[in-house]
Design a binder for this molecule. Structure first.
Ligand code: ADP
Ligand code: MG
Length: 701
């Protein structure tokens, strides 16, 4: 067994208890530990003189301790060690909380390096809980380097994580994860695995970090590319249920509107796959509001006419309920029997729904992942449709695929994926694109606003409501705060969950809007941790128009369709990715009313303005996705859920489109030379690809 698959609990200094904490971070084996990439780095290489220090910056100061630290207690009982230090330009105060050991670690008259954040409010500069070490003249150990910052969990501290990583690196020697064939590495000038892993964790400098990152990103993209290619090749040989269509006229003429040309084209493309005798694996891409649901319904209709069943899976209860209603509306008049299976149904209703599936009484079942549970069986499942497919884990989708005999698969994605990246992520799927919106849509007018305008925005919301419209207020979900460590290293103690105080928590916010701002209106609330039934009720009340204003977290991000909503106000907009904001914006402008999106800038107002301007500049999801890719890298598109490859964290900060193309080209070259990956130099690659296959049972992407 490879060293890499060993569990870290056997490492020196780890043990059962600590291993359990690591497990919370998703780290059990050495491989996982090595791939537990830092979420950020701290530049401890910048030195400054005391006189030059300015408020808020994080720097290293070389200074002499004027005496040894003085211990006292704060009124709240914390231990405080106070120290005064100086250099040839001035004095600085250093404070340590609950670190009384510094009393013995720092002696008067000696020179130290202190790294930390400067507080300077007028008078002397101050540092709280700095990292420090004696200035020994030689190479500094903790300071003067680029230092990794890991995502933490309570009970672990930064130092124990980085020590464990260092130990793992040493233990593994040259047996590091490496799926790049040598030829590829040479052709694209990529670093060796050893260099990459050492420098992603403990960069020699920022240049080395960049080189390490490029190599690791390239490797991931390359493996994904190869996987997608091979899947496609494999699928070419399997056969599926033949579903024959004789035109969609009957379906179209029953609709309340005329389908767009793009919708018809997508339907025809998929219908051809269904009739081909092979297995369809198609992705339907289309910007928010382009009408993907209709395409799904058309296919479900033709499948039902052939006597087969369709399963339609939505990522949330909210969406499942909404789609259920839409499908009923479209399909019931045509004699197609639509059922639903969601978590909010009672036990009996669930049982009935399941029975109707086995007996074949239900033609189309709409549901959430509840469709995946044991005991859900189909009489003749032929088509599986997943909406907003990027929200599902691979294994979930695979499980549904197994409920029939290689059913046809349609995945619908509203997150426009830049073409370059789509080729890698979905290289094994055929793609249909809805490149036009239904006619008569007015594009959403988008503004970004600072606090100053808040009153006016409330007034505007009130006016729209008085005209009969409805309004969303969106708050970011509360982020999982990085739990500070408890070790001696001061930096971990900084600002736990910085900015939490400004986060508009949905619940309080709804209360405040109701009681202080809009007492005469009806304010509703929907958020992720509500029970399914409560969510349904909140949504139903908004859909019916009973609620004027809906305060929501990102549970409404995808798919929710309430055409009467004409304004969406997004609080702390800078916390969202551009594509996500675009999705949220897509909640309005779905009907005939002129609609508006207001992006409230948070604290970093100026910095975020530029980014938000991209959204003001265009309503085109693809353009926005490209911009997101340029700014943040492809991490968002992967989501760590996507392929179980935890590289996304650092990919976010790094990859440019060039790397994506290169990785893809390299994949083609390697497969052209060695389609079965049988050559020796491709062995590790093959293992990596197989691992992804296994994780998804090779069913479909
Ligand atoms: P999405 O692609 O974002 O999932 P939906 O399928 O939810 O979009 O459709 C958005 C809205 O547009 C829905 O209210 C739907 O009824 C409506 N719609 C879909 N197709 C058309 C069309 N061809 N003409 C007019 N309205 C349409
Ligand atoms: Mg949708």
């Amino acid at each position: 067994m490879s060293e890499l698959n060993k569990e870290i609990k056997y490492l020196k200094g780890v043990g059962e208890a600590r291993a359990r904490l690591f497990k919370k971070l998703g780290v059990v084996t050495l491989r996982e530990l090595l791939r537990y990439f830092p979420r950020d780095y701290e530049d401890r290489t910048v030195f400054k003189k005391i006189a030059e220090l300015s408020d808020g910056e994080s720097v290293t100061v070389r200074a002499v301790a004027s005496d040894s630290p003085r211990l006292s207690r704060t009124p709240r009982g914390r231990e405080l060690a106070l120290l005064r230090v100086y250099d040839d330009t001035g004095m600085m105060d250093v404070r340590f909380f609950n670190q009384s050991y510094v009393k013995d670690a720092i002696s008067a008259g000696e020179t130290y390096l202190f790294y930390g954040k400067i507080l300077r409010a007028g008078g002397a500069a101050q540092m709280t809980n700095p990292v420090f070490e004696r200035d020994g003249g030689g190479n500094p150990v903790k300071i003067g380097r680029v230092t990794p910052i890991y995502r933490m969990t309570a009970g672990l501290n930064m130092r124990s994580v980085s020590n464990t990583v260092a130990l793992a690196l040493k233990l593994c020697g040259d047996a590091l994860p490496d799926s790049l064939p040598r030829s590829v590495r040479e052709e694209y000038g990529l670093a060796a695995a050893r260099f990459a892993y050492e420098n992603i964790h403990f960069p020699k400098d920022f240049e080395s970090l960049k080189i390490a990152r490029r190599r690791l990103i390239f490797e991931d993209l390359f493996v994904l590319s190869v996987t997608a290619r091979r899947r496609r090749a494999e699928r070419g040989s399997s056969s599926g249920q033949a579903v024959i269509s004789e035109g969609f006229g009957e379906f179209y003429s029953a609709l309340p509107f005329e389908p767009t040309a793009a919708q018809k084209r997508a339907v025809d493309e998929a219908a051809r796959d269904l009739a081909s005798g092979g297995v369809m694996a198609r992705m339907l891409q289309g910007d928010v509001g382009s009408g993907k649901t209709l395409v799904a319904a058309a296919l479900a209709w033709t499948v039902a006419k052939n006597g087969f069943q369709t399963a339609f899976m939505a990522p949330t209860e909210l969406l499942a309920e909404q789609h259920f209603r839409t499908f009923e509306e479209f399909l019931s008049p045509l004699g197609v029997r639509v059922g639903r299976l969601t978590g909010s149904l009672g036990v009996k209703a669930k049982r009935l729904a399941r029975e109707a599936l086995v007996s074949g009484e239900t033609d189309v079942i709409v549901g959430t992942h509840a469709l995946l549970s044991e005991g859900v069986d189909f009489r003749a499942l032929a088509l599986v449709i997943t909406d907003e497919q990027h929200r599902f884990g691979v294994s979930q989708r695979a499980a549904l695929g197994q409920k029939g005999e290689s059913p046809h698969v349609l995945v619908m994605s509203a997150t426009p994926i830049p073409r370059t990246l789509a080729l890698i992520l979905y290289g094994d799927l055929d793609v249909s694109e809805l490149n036009e919106l239904p006619p008569g849509r007015k594009s959403v007018m988008t503004y970004s606003a600072g606090e100053r305008l808040r009153r006016r925005i409330y007034d505007f919301a009130r006016r729209l409501v008085s005209e009969g419209r409805q309004v969303y207020f969106v708050c970011p979900a509360v982020e999982e705060a990085d739990v500070p460590g408890t070790g001696g290293e001061g930096i971990e103690a900084r600002s736990p969950g910085a900015g939490d105080s400004e986060l508009k928590r949905a619940r309080e916010y709804a209360k405040q809007l109701q009681s202080e701002i809009f007492p005469e209106l009806s304010v509703g609330l929907v958020h992720g941790s509500m029970k399914a039934r409560e969510k349904d009720a909140a949504m139903a009340s908004f859909i019916s128009g009973e609620t004027d204003i809906l305060v929501a977290t990102t549970v409404i991000e995808v798919g929710v369709d309430v055409p009467n909503a004409a304004l969406i106000v997004i609080e702390n907009a800078d916390r969202f990715g551009l594509s996500q904001l675009h999705q949220l914006r897509g909640r309005v402008g779905r009907g005939e009313h002129q609609s508006y999106c207001v992006l409230m800038r948070g604290a970093d107002g100026e910095k975020s303005r530029e980014r938000l301007d991209i959204l003001r500049g265009t309503n085109d999801g693809f353009e926005i996705a490209e911009a997101d890719l340029r700014q943040r890298g492809p991490g968002d598109f992967f989501g760590s859920r996507q392929h179980g490859i935890p590289a996304s964290r650092f990919i976010e900060q790094g990859a440019e489109a060039g790397t994506i193309w290169d990785a893809r080209r390299a994949a083609d070259t390697v497969l052209a030379r060695d389609p079965g990956l049988k050559l020796r130099e491709n062995r590790a690659l093959r293992e990596a690809v197989d691992a992804i296959f296994l994780a998804s049972d090779g069913t479909f992407n």
